[in-house]
Design a protein around this ligand. Structure first.
Ligand code: HEC
Length: 163
């Protein structure tokens, strides 16, 4: 058997690229951005530092109210109404960072909280796409940073049916 000619090699490479392209493409092609929630964000204090990793609205009652409204419009169908995830297909978001309250040293507690907050924001912005399958859409250009923090503030305070 003779080796494939140069042009033969090229078409084999081209077919290879098409194949890889077909594997990668769906992740981008299928993700139609979800609609933005219809909420009045004017109650949220403007943020001086949009890149900060710590939730700036923690405990702010107005942010919690806006966050609840946004959550129930955008997240509840997968993560449960009012973040009560006991019968929903997606993870219980109230667990993220909950353990930080048990860290006794203030410095370590703050770091724990900051890590949990940053994970929450980054995950929401990027969505969850694994092997080309979209488990959760990216929310980056749909939700403002303020709204993501408001949602986080709500989720943390939601009692739901805490497990
Ligand atoms: C279409 C369903 C769907 C919607 C809508 C959705 N999510 Fe998700 N989300 C998921 C799924 C499924 C996962 C778990 C994916 C995985 O890890 O494979 C997830 C994971 C997450 C995680 C990481 C959870 C963890 O334990 O690590 C966060 C944070 C999150 N979602 C926040 C949100 C927020 C906030 C909203 C609303 C703005 C939202 N999601 C809307 C389906 C959804």
């Amino acid at each position: 058997m003779s080796l494939p000619s140069k042009s033969g090699m090229r078409s084999i490479a081209a077919i290879g690229l098409l194949w890889v392209g077909a594997l990668i493409a769906p992740a981008h092609a299928t993700s139609t951005p979800p609609p933005a929630p219809d909420v009045d964000s004017s109650a949220l204090a403007a943020l001086a530092d949009l890149a900060g990793d710590l939730n700036p609205y923690r405990g702010d009652l107005r942010a919690i109210a806006v966050g609840r409204d946004a959550f129930n419009q955008s997240c509840a169908r997968c993560h449960g109404v009012d973040a009560d995830a006991h019968a929903s297909p997606a993870p219980d978001l109230r667990r993220i960072g909950r353990i930080c309250a048990r860290v006794p040293e203030p410095d370590l507690q703050l770091r724990c909280q900051t890590d949990a907050d940053a994970y929450f924001r980054d995950t929401v912005e990027k969505g969850k796409i694994k092997l080309g399958i979209e488990h959760m859409p990216p929310w980056k250009n749909v939700l403002s940073t303020e709204l993501i923090w408001a949602i986080r503030s709500f989720v943390e305070t939601s009692q739901g049916r805490a497990k």
